[in-house]
Write a protein that binds this ligand. Structure first.
Ligand code: NAI
Ligand code: MG
Length: 372
């Protein structure tokens, strides 16, 4: 029996290409693991009206963690039209399988390291080493939304909140509401994760990125909890910035920052910005981490126009593999893999199209495997 059982979720489009690249590297590194293929994505939406079938959830529960490629997802109307005829008009509603995975397994922390590897022509600077901790389950993305606004809700809001006055006379059909919900528990968990990581990896500061001067209650709660937790960690400074200013600072002097911690939507935004500073989607890795399960994935989507062409950069996925190895406690293998990636980037001989080269996904993966 293998030491690890890993769920293998290629998904759609280039998810398949990059997962093949991941396998080349994992085989070379000789991780003692069994990989079990799981169904996820648009194909299963079309034919089963469920992009994350129950059998996949069951399979994940029998594994240590999952490696996931990418999926295709589309807006409501297009999703309905894509269903096979027998399934149309039955009120099936598409919901993102990755969001569902995060909720189902309480993968509360989205960890997004953005490190510049010298020699990458796409680096904004060569000395960037940012890690974004994004709360993964709440905030505006928890899906508590209303359209049209139900009358009872409108009445309660009108009666309880003075600021509702400015919407006087606007019909319920002409208004949509999405709720930003942040719990103390989730806030504390993500902030603590960031501080623990800082302590473990010797970082001197953690920056909380919110907007408490305007979003007083939810952002206020994040910042207040951050201040409390910071007191428990002597030697690690808490820096506080607003999300808008943070975007400017990250373009002006990203080398001055290290760990950033924030809520779900701000984290989504700021991690994309950070990823672009170190090469963009071809380099952006991530981990969705819970207390006893984790899903690792490149942050890019299924890029349909490149599907099956083996053209895209596998590094985002290979760095996600590196994160997975770290999480499994296979630190030595993780380091070997990261060194091999860094060395191929530094040499600059094998480059995918996004780096200005002509190498294929699998050539890049093989070059990295050769360095291991
Ligand atoms: P995308 O990330 O799939 O691709 C956008 C563009 O970025 C591509 O056309 C390509 O030029 C570039 N790109 C992406 N990955 C790359 C790589 N590894 N190497 C080099 N270049 C790369 O985003 P898009 O086109 O907005 O979405 C396509 C589909 O993917 C949609 O259905 C969307 O809903 C879905 N999606 C899924 C995600 C996931 O599975 N986690 C995340 C984002 C989008
Ligand atoms: Mg995103």
């Amino acid at each position: 029996m293998s030491k690890y059982k890993i769920a293998w979720l290629p998904g759609d489009g280039i998810g398949v290409d990059v997962m093949e690249a991941a396998r080349i590297v994992l085989d070379k590194i000789a991780l003692d693991a069994e990989y079990v293929q799981g169904d996820i994505g648009w194909e299963f939406w079309k034919t089963e009206a469920n992009p994350l079938p129950d059998r996949t959830i069951k399979l994940l529960k029998e594994t240590d963690c999952a490696l996931f490629g990418a999926i295709t997802s589309k807006p409501k109307e297009e999703a309905e039209e894509a269903l096979i005829p027998q399934l149309q008009g039955r009120g099936h509603i598409y919901s993102s399988p990755i969001v569902r995975l995060r909720q189902e397994f309480n993968l509360r922390t989205n960890l997004r390291p953005c490190k510049a590897y010298p020699g990458n022509p796409l680096n904004y600077r060569d000395d960037i080493d940012l890690v974004v901790f994004r709360e993964n389950t709440e905030d505006l993305y928890s899906g508590v939304e209303f359209y049209p606004v139900p009358g009872y809700l409108r009445t309660v809001l009108d009666e309880t909140h003075p600021k509702m006055k400015r919407f006087e006379g606007v019909a319920n059909e002409d208004m949509a509401i999405s709720l930003r919900i942040i719990t103390r528990k989730a806030a504390r968990n993500i902030i603590r994760d960031a501080f623990d990581y800082a302590e473990m990896h010797n970082y001197k500061s953690v920056t909380i990125v919110e907007k408490p001067n305007v979003i007083r209650e939810t952002s206020g709660l994040m910042v207040r909890e951050a201040r409390k937790i910071a007191e428990e960690f002597s030697g690690i400074e808490l820096w506080e910035t607003n999300i808008d200013a943070m975007c400017m600072w990250l373009v002006k002097n990203p080398q001055n920052y290290s760990l950033l911690v924030t809520s779900n939507m701000f984290g989504d935004i700021v991690s994309d910005l950070a990823a672009q500073l170190v090469g963009g989607l071809g380099f952006a890795c991530s981990g969705n981490i819970g207390d006893d399960y984790a899903v690792f994935e490149p942050t890019h989507g299924s890029a349909p126009k490149y599907a099956g062409q083996y053209k895209v950069n596998p590094v985002a996925t290979l760095l996600s593999v590196k994160m997975m190895l770290d999480w499994l406690g296979e630190i030595e293998k993780a380091t070997m893999l990261e060194d091999a990636i860094a060395s191929v980037i530094k040499e600059g001989k094998v480059r995918t199209y996004d780096m200005g080269g002509t190498s294929s996904t699998l050539e890049m993966a093989s070059a990295i495997a050769d360095k291991i």
